[in-house]
Design a protein around this ligand. Sequence first.
Ligand code: PFF
Length: 465
Amino acid sequence: MKDKLSAKEGNQNAGARGRFSGRIGYVLAVAGSAVGLGNIWRFPYLAAKYGGGIFLLVYLILMVTFGYVLIVSETALGRMTKKSPVGAFGSFGKSAPFRFGGWINAVVPMLIVPYYSVIGGWVLKYLFEYLRGSADLLAEDGYFTEFMTSSGSVLFWFVLFSALVFFVILAGVKQGVERVSKIMMPVLVVLAIFVAVYSMTRPGAFEGVKYFLIPKFEDFSWLTVVAAMGQMFYSLSIAMGILYTYGSYIGKEVDIEKSTIQVEFFDAAIAFLAGLMIIPAVFAFSGGDMATLKAGPSLTFITLPKIFASMGVGTVVGIAFFLMFLFAALTSAISLLETSVSTLQDELHLSRPKCCLIMCAVMLVVGALSSLGYGVLDFVTVFGMAFLDFFDFLTNSVMMPLAALATCFLVIRVVGFEKIDAEIESSSAFRRKKLYHFFMRYLAPVCIAIILVSSIANVLGIISL
Ligand code: PFF
């Protein structure tokens, strides 16, 4: 049966569903999806802003409770129904709430992948510049702003990054997604360790290591919890249809619980290493100036090149860092596009290449708006935001919490815990069954509601995250 499926995969058409070869391929593909821009640029500056070690501690606790139950739920529903989110919800009912639940999970990756690829394009451009020895140019004041506002160049790098992602998706689940993850993820780990060790051993960096690792309880506030919750949600690729889709590509031999723990370990380890790369380097560079550390997203594209240049070996470290960053962005973008294409295949019953063509059109429209939003289209804003920021807000702050609430509703009120338990137990004992029931029923809906309310309050300026 397995062989038959893989034989079909080369020319996947509407009827043939892709499949991972086994647990390792599946774990690396999900880890590839989870480890992305979120781990490398978002996690370190949030950790720096919200009390270093205490943020790390809260983050880890949330990951093994709230994060764990959502990953297990989405994966089990995907494997049970053998469908992407729309089909998965549709398997349990055809009325409006089911259609809403399915489509909101499915539309999120379709809206994210274009702007995510715009940022992927920035990473590609930086890697290219490092490779041709322009480390000093990247460290110049105003370089990033100039690049961002140069519409043609941003568009070019976005199209190039997207082309790489499409290339992998067209190759199929096993030959494309799995193969690329199996190569890129181990390389990513090695590069991350290299850059982290280098950064930690700079003179003056040790203060940064201490700041990052030692919890300071006086820095704890409820904003630490809210920020950690939002970051965990973002980082684990929850509520964007990916885990349903990847779950639908695995067989009963895959132990969902064990795989989930491995994916979480991977994701936390890379976020941890990113913290060890960035926070000590910034301490060494700025003498512990907290304002530099809390600079937010610009840390990666503006501050880091300056730090690398000041270290004297900017080119080597720059190449290692941006290559690792590129692999992280690519494997995540691949999972977003795979999910989008898979939903279209399931729902429209069209061939994989035709569904790729549809997504190509979506990518061009949403991606072009996002890449030009800081350049020639900077006079257009949506609710006061540039296009890229608006799509990010719409998906992360509004749609993803709603999508996760829909999953909670499906599990708690419709499918029932017995069926989920049976699905998990079809491959192994369900070791944390009691905890799963408890966290899913009580913790997850409350956490999601907090994320929804706080992120909207943040955008409206009521709180400042
Ligand atoms: N989990 C990935 C990351 O941390 O970058 C992928 C991802 C998360 C993409 C959230 C987009 C997103 F809004």
